[in-house]
Structures are given as structure tokens and as C-alpha cells.
Design a protein around this ligand. Structure first.
Ligand SMILES: [Mg+2]
Length: 165
């Protein structure tokens, strides 16, 4: 069950210590969108998220918006921000993680994954050999599918990881 365990837990994405992980050798970061860096399904890239992406680039990270949502949603989030993206990622399956790493000319060992769901973002990170960092959800409201996942998440936190988040 260690596959569900994130390597780090953040209260919010902006708490990420970019310099620390760059020094550790990480050069790429995959960012989940809904409820990680944007309000689920409707949120665009607000100033806080845009600054975060910009700062990541300044630290030398290759940044990829990495979502299970569809092209329309991902493009709506991105707007006119200049950033790589990958939609319909089918997280937690490892294939997209590995394909993105290849596209970015890096390896999973040098790739961070930021996400708000254990059973998609973090499980996939662990299955593919990436470094999964859990961000607490931005807001309580989720899509129906995510709300369904969330109930399992609560059980995983409590009974498998023995933590309350
Ligand atoms: Mg999410």
C-alpha cells in the first residue's frame, strides 16, 4: 500500500520548495489542474498559479500541465500562458507519466508530480517512478467522480497511511 503514499504533503501548491528540489536534481514538474492549482472544472490560471509556473521556469524546471480532464478544460485553464500540457492523462496509469518524461527529455527520477488525489496523481507517480507530492485540495467542492474518489481517499488516509489530512 506504499503505492498510495506521497513523498511530501503540502497545504497548498505555493508551499513547494522549488530551490530544494532543484538542488536534489529534479528538472521537470507535472502539475495537476483541478483542485490542485485551480478551482475544479471552471477555474482559469489566476495570478497566483501564473506566478507559480513562472517561478518554476525561473528555477529551471520544465513545467507540464498534466490533467485527466479533456482538452477543452485544460486549454481553458492555460489561456495565453506559455506552458506545455497533457490532457486525458488517464492517471493513475503510468503510461502518460512516462510519455511526458520522454517528451521532456528527462526521467521519472528527476520528475516531480503535484496533485490533490492519492488514487490518481500520487498512485500514478509512484507506479511510474516519479516523485509524488500531495497538495491539499483548494476547495471542498469536487466533480461527482472526484467526490466518489474522495471517499476512498479518506479511508486510505485513515486505515492505510494512518494519518488525518
Ligand atoms: Mg485534481
Amino acid at each position: 500500500m506504499a503505492l498510495f503514499r506521497p513523498k511530501q504533503i503540502l497545504n497548498i501548491f505555493t508551499d513547494l520548495d522549488m530551490a530544494y528540489y532543484r538542488e536534489k536534481g529534479f528538472d521537470t514538474i507535472l502539475l495537476d489542474v483541478d483542485n490542485t492549482i485551480a478551482v475544479p472544472n471552471t477555474g482559469g490560471c489566476d495570478e497566483r498559479a501564473a506566478k507559480f509556473i513562472q517561478k518554476l521556469k525561473e528555477h529551471g524546471y520544465r513545467v507540464v500541465i498534466f490533467s485527466n480532464n479533456n482538452e477543452k478544460r485544460v486549454k481553458m485553464f492555460i489561456g495565453d500562458i506559455d506552458v506545455d500540457y497533457w490532457y486525458l492523462a488517464l492517471k493513475p496509469l503510468p503510461f502518460s507519466y512516462l510519455a511526458v518524461c520522454k517528451k521532456m527529455k528527462t526521467s521519472p527520477k528527476r520528475t516531480l508530480v503535484l496533485g490533490d488525489q492519492l488514487i490518481t496523481d500520487i498512485l500514478g507517480a509512484n507506479l511510474s517512478g516519479c516523485y509524488g507530492i500531495y497538495c491539499k485540495q483548494l476547495q471542498e467542492k469536487d466533480s461527482k467522480m472526484t467526490a466518489f474518489n474522495r471517499r476512498f481517499e479518506k479511508m486510505i488516509w485513515r486505515y492505510v497511511l494512518h494519518e488525518e489530512v
